[in-house]
Ligand binder design. Sequence first.
Ligand SMILES: *Cc1c(COP(=O)(O)O)cnc(C)c1O
Length: 825
Amino acid sequence: MLTTLEHASSFDAENISEEQAIADVKSAILNKMSLAVGKDAAYATDRDWFVACALAIRDRIAHRFLAGKRSSTSDGKKRVYYLSLEFLIGRQLTDVLSNMEMLDVFKHALGDLGVDYERVRNAEPDAALGNGGLGRLAACFMESMATLSIPAYGYGIRYENGLFRQAIKDGWQQEYPEDWLAFGTPWEFSRSDVIYDIKFGGSVETNRNDAGSMRFTWHPSEVVHAVAYDTPIVGWRGKHVNPLRLWAAHTMDPLRLELFNKGDHVGALSDQARVESISKVLYPSDETPAGQELRLRQEYFFVSASLQDLVNRHKRIFGDLYSLPDRAAIQLNDTHPAVAIPELMRILIDEHGLPWDEAWRITSNTFSYTNHTLLPEALETWPLPLFERLLPRHLQIIYFINSLHLEGVKAAFPNEPALLSSVSVIDEQGGRRLRMGQLAFIGSHTINGVSALHTDLMRATTFRDLHRVYPNRIQNKTNGITFRRWLHQSNPGLTGLLREVCGDEILDNPEAIHRLMEHADDASLQERISKVKHANKVALARLIADRTGVRVDPAALFDVQIKRIHEYKRQLLNLLETVALYDSIRANPTKDWVPRVKIFAGKAAASYVNAKLIIKLANDIARVVNGDPSVHNLLKVVFLPNYNVSLAESIIPAANLSEQISTAGMEASGTGNMKLALNGALTIGTIDGANIEIHDHVGSENIFIFGLTTPEVEDRRANGPSAQTSIANSPMLGQVLDAVGDGRYSPEDRGRFRPLVDGLRNNDRYMVTDDFDSYYAAQRRVDETWAKPDVWNRAAIANIANMAWFSSDRTISEYAEQIWKVPVG
Ligand SMILES: *Cc1c(COP(=O)(O)O)cnc(C)c1O
């Protein structure tokens, strides 16, 4: 009997029995173990088993991969190219096996060999080629595009070191290099034949030809090689496989290098290190742009390789480049790949001899751009001198794009000269910089926000003037998550229950989960849902004990805030409420308090001082609270180190309460909020990002909403600092701030948290003090609801049942129909 995600038909199709399938897989694994890993099974480590399994399943994927490539080449289908500087993939083994409907067969085969699948699964390092939500979105989208059989390539960088590994030492974050590739990865195919020259620097020579038109020749001062590595991305039920093509930087071949350096070997080696640094490390920052030259080199490196690759492919299949917009849709995931716009212009004009107007028609009908943030400090800009030094030809092209664009604006809005400076690609204030958001907008046919609110704010704030000039370009595409990873794989207990109650159809059609609502009032279903959750909490409690030494009671309310540590996400608000709750419990220990475990996880950018101090505060509060016998087990605080996709997969199925408490107007969408609600956690959240749409889907009685709205936040900002008043009006908040500021949680360094507290008192940019009372009150509503298990469990059911719309299959279908114009399925 098959228990998890298996479907008997997968064997029927190949007309073999389950026993035969297991025997075949066993021999495939053993074969890989001896011939590819080079080990005797008797001495194999967990990692060896992982590699052998990955190679065994990869063989089966490869056939479909090649078949898919051949068919979409021959039928001339339009392709989607998803350009992203980040792909936060995590582990792939379970994803691949369950999408290939081979998970149970592999588990059985390994079991017969005396090997535990869980250990094999845990031996795979996370592919952490991203910081947070933006990178994880790219990974969910790749999986959904494959599931919907959309011919697509993901393009990015094959970072040798992904996002740093976080350790907590004495409560402080420490960063260690992450080395997922230290022993290679069995998933990828290296394509030593797919290599492109990437040029940097030098000068541009201008000539006039006989007909009088200009010709531009770029003489770069440096050439780097981009080498392709393909990882197959398998869609659900293995119907379709797409490549994720990641580029690695290599120096030119040693012979040419030697010529280059005229026998200077040391110079040649340092050159090599400099060149290869381009694909060495992911920039560890998601909310502020990296200003470094290396970052710009990374962006151009992967963009140029990807465009050369797709232009080549298009020419090979279709013969000319005029049909590019009909056969290719290029999606820019944020502005990081926006230099693709002048790069495509350069390729079309300088390398293929197209006239400017035709090149612009092709370019602006091929690109679309997703905006991910409106935080002013996060909008990417480049100093003109740096950009000109690295990409002189591209700067010329951008100037020309901009001047034509501004001429158009002048003609359409003759009486509004002020409009020009706001819609220009060049920021004339503050030292002449290139604004990549403006460039991406001007060069794209469609620009999308990632939630309804965020899209409205794009139209009303950052892109208000560009929206007036090009009023039909902005669309909304609310983010989504792949249910395969975030429900079926990470929460098999809940998935099994859903299949029983709603039918196997849920595996293919998330809307079928809505049938759960028919039983929302059944005590028996409520009981079963809560049993599944409890089992997941027992597993998480064990993980918490293993990793932090803290013992938590699985019967307590598990309250989780897991995401990048950032002031706008307001972990600090949660921590201040934790202190207030701790004080209230101690003041009134016999009251019927709801036992809670506050679980935090997340990384802070290494240079982000306040975020790192917030991590320290969480750990210092944890030490005091967990060590205080007077609160018994009513409150525990846990900071789980090294948040990544795998840790998220362990925490989310065990969560009761999902903290989504960003300052209104600052979280573009959020996707953690979707994962948690789908797994039956109730949200405590602000009216921000996709929380608003989650609220609309699950209903007001099944979510705890609090805090200022976006317009209220703007009003308060306009009226000057409001923290003094908020603190004066809230004795509880005043006490909490005094306690934290005076060192109650840091007796060995009483001034440690002064900067955080003074920051709130003097310049509370993120409205923590304004929202404190409302948040505290919402938390007490949480307590009241938890005290009525039938009400809580019914609400958990309503959350699970109403999240279908947040499947990334829905999001990708909308992109396909409304932006890319490619057929689905
Ligand atoms: C989903 C996810 C995120 C995004 O979380 P938000 O709460 O939306 O910020 C970040 N990191 C990981 C590992 C994730 O899985």
